[in-house]
Design a protein around this ligand. Structure first.
Ligand code: CP
Length: 313
């Protein structure tokens, strides 16, 4: 593995998941990567990704440094050939290359603008970073994917499922007050397609994910039908892909409640966090024993540890 930006970058999902679970059982390897360092660059806010990545690097004995580049760095220019006579003081060519000289692995978080679909889905910022860093790059969530979250999600399902048959996993859209990216649902679907699960996606009309992600997956606009017999339900909002970045519905009947849970096979309920209580999901669900969102968040450490271990080798 020479970068970690999507499920396509890994060699074997079962062995990466096993590695994460081994790290969970035995977290601390203080001498494994002594003298190595990981740089974590954020253009957008984060709680879990920042802290779990820091903890993961330190559990492996590596140094980890966070840079909130939009706050503490120079304003970055990404356009090639640009005469930089505006307010952007540093080009990504120098910024990424310099950071690549300081660190053995670089992580970057860069959200989409949700204004221009082609630009967002071309992943221009992430790809520029990869091009100029000169060291392995980890996506800490990009415009279209959140692979560290998805790996933690696969780990969370694996540790809760001890039957031989495939679990029924449902990704359901839920309302939100803001337009959110498609990165988490895109990524979850992409990883579930490689994992050994039976996946259904349900959302209101107009919220279809890009075909490259949803192709081959059972998709229905009927949430109640989708939830029937579900073993795991991933509750998540996203804005429209077709009417790009728009909120087309705030239909409260999609907010996940105990009535929704009752339709399932006593499902485990998942969310990547942060979650808006009472908007996306009811308190009663999040506070119930079915909710595994805190386990998912904890597993972010071991997912990152497995990935850094591969890239620092
Ligand atoms: N799930 C997740 O990535 O959380 P943060 O945005 O807080 O990092």
């Amino acid at each position: 593995m020479n970068k970690f930006t999507s499920v396509q970058d890994i060699e074997s999902l079962p062995s990466l998941v096993d590695q994460a679970l081994k790290f969970k059982a035995n977290q601390f390897h203080p001498n494994a990567y002594a003298g190595k360092s990981v740089g974590l660059v954020f253009l957008n806010p984060s709680l879990r990704t920042r802290l779990s990545s820091l903890k993961a690097a330190r559990n492996l004995g590596a140094e980890a440094v966070v840079l909130d580049i939009s706050k503490d760095g120079w304003a970055l220019e990404f356009e090639d050939g640009k005469v930089m006579d505006g307010n952007k003081a540093e080009h990504i060519k120098e910024a990424a290359a310099v950071m690549g000289r300081y660190f053995d692995v670089l992580g970057i978080r860069t959200f989409p603008g949700l204004a221009n679909r082609d630009e967002d889905y071309a992943e221009e910022l992430l790809n520029a970073f990869i091009k100029y860093a000169g060291v392995p790059v980890v996506s800490l969530e990009s415009a279209t994917r959140h692979p560290l979250q998805s790996l933690a999600d696969v780990v969370s399902i694996k540790e809760k499922w001890n039957k031989t048959e495939k679990p029924k996993v449902v990704l359901t859209w839920a309302p939100h007050v803001k337009a959110l990216p498609q990165a988490v649902p895109n990524s979850f679907v992409e990883w579930m397609k490689v994992a050994d699960v039976d996946l259904t996606i349900t959302h209101p009309e107009g919220y279809d994910l890009a075909q490259e992600f949803s192709e081959g997956v059972n998709v229905t606009y009927n949430q109640q039908e989708a939830l029937k017999d579900a073993d795991f339900v991933y509750v998540k909002n996203w804005s429209s892909y077709t009417d790009y970045g728009k909120i087309l519905s705030q239909n409260e009947s999609w907010r996940f409640s105990m009535e929704h849970l009752a339709l399932t096979n006593n499902a485990k309920i998942m969310h990547c966090l942060p979650v808006r209580r009472g908007v996306v999901m009811d308190d009663a669900v999040l506070d119930s024993p079915n909710a595994i969102h805190l386990d998912q968040a904890e597993n972010r450490v071991y997912a990152a540890q497995a990935v850094f271990n591969e890239l620092l080798k």
